[in-house]
Ligand binder design. Structure first.
Ligand code: GLA
Length: 414
């Protein structure tokens, strides 16, 4: 009996301590991620979703998340809301084509479709304004999450692809419309001060398993060459303000063949930067950094240094670390700490290229994309714990890995 009661007492104490002492990300004792890294990187970010009606989560729409992000980040990336699929918001249907036409720089005049998704874009900009946050714009040109009808004659998904010339005109119109919408919002609502400080102009143009452009892409299938990538940087340069940074963004940068493909993309963009009409501009390589715990820090560092050697800065844009077949919090703590120590080592220093920003791809493990049905298969159907917080009830609680990241900043020695 005595044994049983001391066992019950033990259980009670364990539950009590775990309930009462688990810190919340807003607690004073929990250091700010962003403050810890302020002297190393211009921008420290966390990706999140606003959470539109019917979509899976409500993140930035809630006050708790707004406060937490305000404390731990100075920039956010929209998990979805700034992607073509969400800005178009045709949801698999053919769009309504308007009476407004657009005459493109290549001389082609096109009809233009309705874009229905600026509501969530504006809502996120407003929250950023209120909370003193900035945003990475993600993304203008991507093979995924872009409506099929955008590539088709008369914007009708049952019809064939349009010609290259028509598609180039549509691309110019889309980039111009999105960039001007945001500039106008900033002018009217934020005294012209920038919220979007950077854009992923093109995402993931390189295919997997080699160095070639990705074939499963309507962009590629219309052009069969690099023109759609280069043109995107011409138009972004034409319509974005000069101090908005332009990035090419991709994943698996640590795989040498794939990285070779990214270098080819960058070379094509850079080759057009002195063109008389419509020059390109690119400021940074966006390394998504969806990595797994077995990706060696030294291999990743090599990738970073290859891009820096191209004369570009690097932004770590979508960092998460898959825990693969086994989650061990001490191991994840170590891996995060080692990665951040290496990131700091490669930070931008005046007069030299370097890493200028780091964004973590998501707030808490419960909301990570790595546990979506398609992703979890890659991880042998094992639940992943790749992020820095866990959500218990309404409380976002820092994991041990979070403290690894903070320690890396505090302990760093030149
Ligand atoms: C890629 C994209 C992101 C996002 C993630 C998965 O990395 O760039 O926008 O879709 O995949 O969440």
């Amino acid at each position: 009996m005595k044994k049983l009661s001391s066992f019950i007492f033990f259980i009670f104490i364990s539950i009590f301590t775990s309930l009462s002492f688990a810190a919340d990300w807003l607690d004073k004792e929990v250091p700010s991620f962003c403050q810890a890294y302020k002297s190393y990187f211009d921008h420290v970010g966390i990706a999140c979703e606003y959470g539109i009606a019917g979509w899976k989560t409500k993140e930035l729409a809630t006050e708790t998340v707004q406060k937490g992000i305000q404390k731990h980040a100075n920039t956010i990336t929209a998990g979805n809301e700034f992607k073509p699929q969400f800005i178009m918001a045709w949801w698999g249907n053919n769009p309504k084509v308007t009476n407004i036409t657009f005459k493109a720089t290549n001389g082609v005049t096109i009809k233009t479709p309705e874009l229905n998704g600026f509501g969530s874009v504006d809502a996120m900009l407003q929250i950023c304004k209120e909370r003193g946050l900035q945003m990475r714009g993600h993304v203008l040109v991507w093979h995924s999450q872009t409506e099929d009808a955008f590539f088709r004659q008369d914007y009708d998904k049952s019809k064939p692809y349009v010609s290259k010339e028509e598609m180039t005109a549509r691309q110019e119109w889309y980039i111009k419309t999105v960039l001007e919408h945001i500039q106008n919002w900033e002018k009217v609502n934020n005294e012209g001060k920038k919220i979007i400080w950077c854009w992923d102009v093109v995402n993931e143009a390189v295919g997997d398993g080699g160095s070639e452009l990705r074939k499963e892409s309507s962009w590629f299938n219309i052009y069969k060459n690099y023109d759609f990538v280069v043109n995107a940087f011409r138009f972004a340069n034409k319509y974005a303000s000069k101090d908005t940074l332009l990035c090419y963004n991709d994943y698996n940068c640590n795989i040498p063949e794939k990285r070779q493909g990214m270098i080819k993309v960058l070379d094509n963009i850079l080759a057009a930067r002195n063109d008389k009409t419509l020059p390109t501009r690119i400021d940074a390589m966006g390394m998504q950094a969806h990595i797994g715990k077995y990706v060696k820090v030294s291999d990743y560092e090599k990738a970073i240094q290859t891009f820096l050697a191209k004369g570009l800065d690097v932004q770590i844009t979508e960092l998460d670390i898959a825990t693969e077949e086994k989650y061990d919090e001490d191991e994840l703590y170590r891996v995060y700490k080692d990665y951040f120590t290496m990131f700091i080592k490669n930070r931008k220093i005046k007069g030299k290229n370097g890493i200028t920003s780091i964004t973590i791809w998501g707030i808490n493990d419960e909301a990570t994309w790595l546990n979506s049905p398609s992703q979890i298969k890659w991880h042998k159907n094992t639940i992943q714990y790749p992020l820095l917080f866990q959500l218990k009830g309404n409380s976002y609680q820092p994991k041990k890995a979070f403290y690894g990241v903070i320690e890396a900043a505090k302990e760093y020695k030149n």
